[in-house]
Design a protein around this ligand. Structure first.
Ligand code: NAD
Ligand code: MG
Length: 395
């Protein structure tokens, strides 16, 4: 029996994780569940999965959860506040941590799991974007096994040969082909983008996800964050990664070898596949995902991304090339811009200019592997700068 902690249990990835775990009660025991403020859903999950601990980052929500579980026999201990997230991720009874908090808010608990040597299932890509070197070296130092949950990175991991961590050249890998659906606005006339609403941006053609990553998929900032994520996970540089638009989301990414071979991983677009893969690796586990029907899929299409349509992608590639604090600043400004768009404060077409303007005002600094504090400071400064610039982008 493996003990599991789900950070971000009430979100899209958290719910899919508990679905897979619930199919295998003989293999997994839920030790801790965490969320931000959704006490109601967390209470239901506690009744179903019976964790020893439940954490809400929001103190008032934790009080509500205690009330909701008052009549439960064997109710979990309820903790509150951001520090408690990191605390439960490092508990000795926890073998596996699913890092599925959205945004830089997930960094410290994810890092705590890496430092504690857990099997770390990483969905929270922003943690790697903000502090890739620190997170990767923490996992290497403790012996934590970091397995990617992002469907593309999980696919790349499945297509990589043994020993890739010693360098892609050593194992005959030429480049990574990172696929993208192109999101809901792939074909929308550019002139119409100014008017699109948050609900339209969140209506992804192939995946049901949280609202922040859904907007990132529409702008393709998501693919930019994923390019940075792939550089850290697979020890490579942006120029060795090609982004390919593949609207069907059936091929989840590919690895090209020097002999001309290209390996791909395919499947229905359902996050329970990468979740089950990483839970059981190197074994395999049933996930509840229906088998791929190639006759129903019929055809697979590919096209290059248009950079005039997706300016966020260009900003992310530039930040990846600059390195240092640039990806941290990019991510923080994007979190502010997406939240402002979702609240109706700015238009969709103001997201990229706000991120670009923040990056222009804050030149990137170098960081070393002990530089967590400088990264957190860059994150704070970028959020403050983006907030300050926001009114100039309201039209
Ligand atoms: P979501 O919005 O559905 O869920 C986010 C979870 O994080 C919730 O449980 C929420 O309570 C918690 N949370 C939010 N802010 C928090 C805070 N400040 N402190 C503590 N907890 C907080 O998001 P999601 O779609 O499940 O995505 C989670 C992560 O996984 C993101 O980093 C996303 O990029 C990545 N991811 C998601 C998918 C997907 O299919 N949903 C695919 C690939 C990668
Ligand atoms: Mg992805």
């Amino acid at each position: 029996m493996k003990g599991i902690c789900v950070l971000g249990a009430t979100g899209s990835i958290g719910i899919s994780t508990l679905d897979v775990v619930g199919r295998h009660p003989e293999l997994y025991r839920v030790v801790a569940l965490t969320a931000n403020q959704d006490a109601e859903r967390l209470a239901e999950q506690c009744r179903r999965h019976r964790p020893a601990l439940a954490v809400l980052a929001d103190v008032g929500a934790a009080e509500r959860l205690r009330g909701l579980l008052a009549d439960m026999a064997g109710a979990p201990e309820v903790l509150a506040g951001p520090e408690a997230l990191a605390q439960v991720a490092a508990l000795p009874e926890v073998d596996i941590v699913m890092a599925a908090i959205v945004g830089a808010a997930g960094l410290l608990p994810t890092l705590a799991a890496a430092r504690a040597g857990k099997r770390l299932l990483l969905a929270n890509k922003e943690a790697l974007v903000v502090a890739g070197e620190i997170l990767m070296s923490a996992a290497a130092a403790s012996g934590a096994l970091l397995l990617p949950i992002d469907s593309e990175h999980n696919a790349i991991f499945q297509c990589m040969p043994a020993g890739y961590e010693h360098g892609l050249d050593q194992v005959g890998v030429e480049r990574i082909l990172l696929t993208a659906s192109g999101g809901p606005f792939r074909d929308r006339p550019l002139a119409e983008l100014e008017q699109v609403t948050p609900d339209q941006a969140c209506a992804h053609p192939n995946w049901r996800m949280g609202r922040k990553i859904s907007v990132d998929s529409a702008t393709m900032m998501n693919k930019g964050l994923e390019l940075i994520e792939a550089c850290w996970l697979f020890g490579t540089r942006p120029e060795r990664i090609q982004i390919v638009i593949h609207p069907q989301s059936v091929i989840h990414s590919l690895v090209q070898y020097v002999d001309g071979s290209v390996l791909a991983q395919l499947g229905n677009p359902d996050m329970r596949t990468p979740i089950a893969h990483a839970l059981a690796w190197p074994e395999r586990l049933s996930s509840g995902v229906s088998p791929l029907d190639l006759f129903a899929v019929g055809r697979l299409d590919f096209e290059p991304p248009g950079l005039d349509r997706f300016p966020c992608l260009s900003l992310a590639i530039q930040a990846a090339e600059s390195g240092g604090t640039a990806p941290t600043i990019l991510n923080a400004a994007n979190e502010i811009a997406v939240a402002a768009f979702l609240m109706g404060r700015i238009r969709y077409t103001a997201i990229a200019p706000l991120v670009g303007a923040t990056l222009e005002r804050l030149p990137a600094q170098a960081v070393n592997r002990d530089g967590l504090e400088s990264l957190l400071e860059a994150d704070r400064q970028a959020r403050a700068m983006a907030e300050q610039l926001l009114p100039t982008l309201v039209t």
